[in-house]
Every structure is written in C-alpha cells, then in structure tokens.
Design a protein around this ligand. Structure first.
Ligand SMILES: [Zn+2]
Length: 210
C-alpha cells in the first residue's frame, strides 16, 4: 500500500477544516449531526455505504439538500486489498450509481474502509475521478467509544488548517461521537475555523498536494 495516494491533510492558507462521517446514513445519528451542522451554518462530508443508502434513501436526499457532500465508502465495507479486481470495481461502481440514482450527483471523493487498499484498487478508484481521502485524527478512534473527552483531545492535537477529520455516524452507538462533535464544532468555530466539505478543501488547495 502506498501512502502517497491517500490524503489526510490538504494545503490551506485559511483556517478551514473538513468533518467527515463514515458508515451511514443512520436514522438516529445522521439526523443529530445534521442538527449540529445546521445550527453552526457549517458543512460536512458523509462517506456512505451503499447497503445503508438503499435502506435510507430519503435521509440521503436530506443530507444533500442541506448542502453537505456525499462520498463513496463502498457498497459492503470490505477490506479492499482482499478483493479481486472485479469485486473492487463492483464496490466502487455500485455505490457510485446508487448515489447518482438517489441524489443526482456523482461523488468526487472516496474513503477506503479501514483505510485499507492496494495499488490496484487505488488506480481504479483514481481512474474514476476520485480523490482518496484519509484523516489526521485516527488516534481519536471514535468508533471504539473511548470517551467524549478522548475524542475531543486527540482530534484537537492534530487539527490544523486543511485537515480532514474522521468520525462515524453508522455501526453501533455513536452518542459519544455526537457529543464530541458538538464540542469540537463549537470550539473550532470559536478559534476562527470554517467547517467545509472535503471537495471545498480540495478546491481551496487546488494544485497543491499535501
Ligand atoms: Zn467505514
């Protein structure tokens, strides 16, 4: 696996940061996060799984109607490095087609489940026009429910202008994530950050690899 092809941090001259939420949409937690971002007049990116999109299409449309970005997070959430080429293609293309069918917009960014992929997968994903997106705050490990303060502290240790931040709105109890995000949104706004989508970050850093 080549770390050159996954981007955790974009170059940014202004204080902008991208919150991202993986594994949804989820009928409980996605709504709670949408409330936070609506009240903050801010935007986020949701890396959705195809088989969840199929179950919650209206919620997917709500996310887009509120100005957020939807990214491709595969159809079944596999370890991509363990897939044959055709399985890998299916995971990406089925989810892309589902997103287009549901909201009429082709996703521009992709996040590999478990940050796991190989060069074959990366080449195919990029060939379909995607930027492959990681995150700077993996140590926050919100998916392990390590405590609200842990999620907040480990994220704030790593955040800087141009950072992508990873959280989850799917798979299990995400109440710690929601509370941590509520705090982080308030504190980062107070520090003068703007909270934008990943595609906005890419646009702001156009031509400058990080
Ligand atoms: Zn995931």
């Amino acid at each position: 696996m080549s770390n050159i092809s996954i981007v955790d941090q974009f170059v940014a001259r202004e204080k902008v940061v991208a919150f991202t939420f993986d594994d949804g949409p989820n009928p409980v937690y996605t709504h709670q996060l949408l409330d936070i971002f609506r009240q903050a007049s801010s935007k986020a990116t949701f890396y959705m799984i195809g088989n969840q999109i199929e179950q919650h299409r209206e919620l997917v449309r709500t996310v887009v109607s509120e100005g957020h970005e939807i990214g491709n997070h595969t159809y079944t959430h596999p370890y991509m490095s363990r897939l044959c080429e055709q399985e890998c293609i299916n995971e990406v293309v089925w989810t892309e087609e589902l997103i287009i069918e549901t909201v009429g917009v082709k996703p521009q960014t992709f996040r590999p489940p478990y940050f796991d992929y190989n060069e074959q997968a990366a080449q195919f994903i990029r060939s379909r026009g995607y930027t492959i997106v990681g995150a700077v705050n993996g140590e926050a490990m919100d998916w392990e429910q390590p405590g609200v303060q842990h999620i907040v502290d480990k994220t704030k240790e790593k955040v800087s202008p141009g950072s992508v931040l990873l959280f989850h709105d799917g798979f299990g109890d995400r109440s710690q994530t929601v509370e941590a995000v509520r705090i982080l949104v308030r504190e980062l706004l107070a520090e003068g950050y703007r909270l934008v989508t990943v595609s906005d970050l890419i646009g702001l850093s156009a031509g400058e690899g990080a």
